[in-house]
Design a protein. Structure first.
Lengths: 256, 317, 317, 256
């Protein structure tokens, strides 16, 4: 058993995210925590996990200490099973070969919509963010796991701009818009694990991390989030998980 | 909007597509890009960016270029700041995740002096693909419902006549010019691309003319010994320019990785006062050097060797 | 008609797409093909035909297979005559130009015992491509106005909402099974294809399961040393069968050319009395041998060596 | 100068076809006479001619005496500039990279429509022919040169089945059907060279081969064909042309 002083909140995030993945799945992973988490579970409990990068890489081997800085550079291709064109790797999502899309988020709302494009009025942006990249396509076409810091300014009632669709306005609105598959599956933060109500598609807390209270989650969420009374509590990161994680990212580029 | 088919055919038909030598200097190649052209840029983020050609276009003071690229890195900052373009169509625009949001992009777009037209990554790929296939649109299943689609005015929805499913149609993109950097090609423009291809092949086939820069020109004989390795055929190519380290300070697969300290320096330089920083950078690296070799000297031999060492190691195991 | 997207996704989702060993015998692989399945066949005319797998399916007495292939050669005759299929969708059907019109194809189609469903070459390719891309149709510009289109009942026309141009829409083709023969692959199904690719890659990505036959199984390590040479990824593949000379008497690029005298003999045998000739051929080469090696012995070592000599010479200059 | 006894009618066909091609063009060639003719002109007057094969080959080098038996075999790829997927090589036509489609024909009608699918009633075929292959796509998308024997049974008023569209019912019918580019350019036979009337799109004779009379052409054509009074006469094959031709096809596989 470990306790909270044994790991950073980014390490907690990585471990909790890793545990959401299931052996045998094909996972479209972004760089940073998602890639780290996917690699962690590949080394520990899911050797049959296949990682895809949007730069055009299928089944790479991530070298400890050489985590690629983007998904579009040659480091991503090391000992990969296949390199393919960007459009073709994204089309694997559309064809249905991918189980999970796994990425970080900057701003999310009640229905799991993500914004990475524009803060403020879209017609007259306060801050122009880098944009969607593959995020829109990934979240349009497959089950999503999003990992991010749990802060009030990041968990908002309604995002200024829907870059990556969650459940849009909730209910059947996602399906009605033409997105008949996929959707938000889990949101993993340093405080808790969230899912979505089957009917309303509103975000709800499914489990709290060790030592975290429901009130803490509420205080750090910018909308009224449903929290069950009989909440699960996640198991704290194991020594083994932390060891492997630190082996993968020895300079703590993503886990400081 | 998609180009009319008859116009597209006429433009292609007018080109001399025969097996002929096309080797020229980078300065000569700039004359194939007209002010106002739509210009597609190969590579992605910090990989196989045709930097030498962009460098030459900035020095040639082109204007009103309408740029498209899968993902845009520093070259976008430099095109905005130099004034050769105020309109970039791309899916993601910043130096790279580790360097955070581009301050230069923010300065130009938030003040409405330039436009970052955002499309999803796949939709850009499918627009080039439609262009390469000679059809006016491609159907797809993402982007619907999002504000990425909401803010664009050239998308259409349709109900599939076979299945009744709702589909999004994106218009073909047939750029006037595509700039593509490759590891090797022959003097006619038959190009081989190792490793990551990005959207380069569709882009080349969609474009009305292709300017290839290449690390090395090889013989046509060498190409003909492994024709299944040719990725872009000579019939699509208008110019071949040999430029060693033509993607520096970005990477070229199997040859060199990004020049990371140079990129760190750029990020620092543009952090506090982005416009002044990028102006200084342009002055020093773009307008200052008398030629590409002098530019490389400014990047520094040490960085070049280090980037090469890292770049070649991909094939070590 | 195109499959519904939700059905397609469900079928793909249900498959175990993990990196796992899939090596089996050719007889075991036949159990992955169900009676009534739509079966796409890789290669083209007399090239990289997955003949070993077709041979095994005929021996296993499958029935009602709905076949599709870019161009169909002798294997079409044999599938009609053995009774495993009475419906072949293809663009051209005969042994090969030099041998004239297939008498067996004529006998079966002119008597309406079997159907040769004719589509243009490109339309078949685009149907597989749509299937590979996960869209229900692909727009195209040929076939309109002709009787090839006129006799088909699953085509649609539309006016392009961007340009107003008339377009033909062809429905996606997602075969239940694709049979593909390659020069090499690993035990997981990562396949490399040298030379002519035909429609194999789109077909593999469109299919609900892929059975790979291969001249040679190589290590996953070897594949990972040149990942940009992988043409079909393991996630698409259900079975890997090692069968030397798996395309005989057709060719396999870089390894052997067609067994021309054997093909001449087949043409003679089926010339005067096609049905009796093909029955004799099936008896001798398909039902007679106890295994694939015995089949190859019947083709003859001399022919094998000659075909190999000619096949390898493509890389001599 | 040669005279008729110096060459076979197939050789005449090959030479006359070769002369229709222009240096610098990109030509989609079928096997047999078309390939032979394209190679002949490449060796003699058009070194900058680019040949495409529908099997997926761009700019091959045809070895004398090793003419490939189909366009889908490895012999076609010898010393090619590029090998590409079938669909992609056909898409070069649609994209507009190809100047000329060049193939043989079995049955043609007044408006240049070709039949290679069905003789007799399409619902109940008398003879099932091998079908279109790439023929339909090629003739839908580019300027066509067709080379064939001039026989009454092959030059018919109306083909039983339009496999490869010429001008359909003449006039603007081809364009109206959606085929806005391409069309029949020339028909080369052992008797004459035919073109098509600009307005009616009906076949007309443009030149007669040496020693051939207008009456001969009429007698061997199954429809009323327009023949100008001031017809050109083609130049007979030169010794050089025949030499190169026989060098390319020493066993007279296609020129007997």
């Amino acid at each position: 058993m470990t306790n909270q002083s044994d790991y950073t909140s980014a390490e907690l995030l990585a471990v909790m995210s890793a545990r959401q993945l299931v052996d045998g799945q094909t996972v479209f992973a972004g760089v940073g925590i998602p890639l780290l988490a996917a690699t962690l579970t590949q080394r520990l409990q899911s050797p049959g996990l296949t990682i895809l990068f949007e730069g055009g890489v299928l089944g790479p081997f991530v070298v400890p200490g050489e985590l690629p800085p983007t998904t579009n550079e040659q480091r991503c291709t090391r000992r990969a099973n296949m390199i393919l064109a960007i459009t073709d790797v994204l089309l694997l999502l559309q064809r249905g070969y991918v189980d999970i899309g796994f990425m970080g988020g900057a701003e999310i709302d009640r229905y799991g919509n993500l914004n990475s494009s524009i803060l403020g009025d879209p017609e007259n942006p306060k801050i122009r963010l880098p944009g969607t990249g593959g995020g829109n396509d990934i979240s349009s076409l497959t089950q999503m796991i999003v990992t991010m810091k749990h802060e009030k300014r990041r968990f908002v009632e309604k995002v200024d701009f829907i870059t990556s669709p969650g459940f849009l306005d909730g209910g059947s609105s996602r399906k009605d818009s033409g997105l008949v598959t996929g959707g938000m599956h889990r949101v993993i933060t340093d405080l808790a694990i969230m899912g979505f109500d089957e009917k309303t598609k509103s975000m709800k807390v499914e489990a709290l991390h060790p030592g975290v209270t429901a009130e803490q989650v509420r205080d750090n969420t910018g909308f009224d989030i449903h929290i069950d009374d009989d909440l699960m509590v996640t198991e704290s990161p194991t020594i083994k998980e932390l060891e492997v994680l630190r082996h993968l990212d020895p300079e703590q580029l993503y886990t400081a | 909007m998609a180009q009319s088919y008859l116009d597209l055919r006429a433009a292609t038909s007018a080109r001399d597509r025969s097996l002929r030598e096309k080797v020229m200097s980078i300065e000569e190649a700039t004359s194939l890009v007209n002010n106002g052209d739509s210009v597609a840029i190969g590579g992605c983020t910090a990989s196989r960016t045709p930097f030498a050609m962009i460098w030459a276009l900035i020095r040639a003071a082109k204007s009103d270029l309408k740029i498209s690229r899968s993902i845009t890195s520093t070259e976008g900052d430099l095109m905005f700041a130099s004034g050769i373009s105020n309109h970039i169509l791309t899916s993601w625009f910043s130096q790279g995740i580790v360097w955070g949001i581009s301050k230069v992009m923010r300065a130009y777009t938030e003040s409405n002096r330039a436009r970052f037209e955002e499309w999803s990554h796949m939709s850009i790929g499918l627009r080039y693909r439609a262009g390469a296939m000679g059809v006016p649109f491609m159907p797809m299943r993402s982007m619907m419902g999002s504000d990425v689609a909401g803010q664009l005015d050239n998308l259409k929805e349709m109900d599939c006549p076979f299945t009744g499913e709702k589909m999004l149609l994106v218009p073909a993109l047939n750029p006037d010019v595509a700039l593509i950097h490759v590891q090797r090609c022959d003097a006619y423009g038959n190009a081989q691309i190792d490793g990551l291809q990005f959207m380069d092949i569709d882009m080349a086939m969609a474009a009305n003319r292709v300017i290839l820069t290449t690390e090395r020109i090889v013989s046509n004989d060498q190409i003909r010994r492994s024709p299944d390795q040719t990725r872009i055929p000579f019939i699509a190519v208008e110019a071949v320019v040999e430029v060693p380290f033509g993607s520096a300070p970005h990477e070229c697969y199997g040859m060199y990785e990004p020049f990371f300290s140079h990129m760190d320096d750029y990020a620092s330089l543009t952090k506090t006062n982005p416009e002044q920083g990028v102006a200084e950078y342009l002055e020093k690296y773009y307008y200052g050097p008398k030629d590409w070799t002098e530019y490389l000297e400014l990047l520094g031999l040490g960085e070049m060797l280090d980037a090469t060492y890292r770049g070649r190691s991909i094939q070590n195991d």
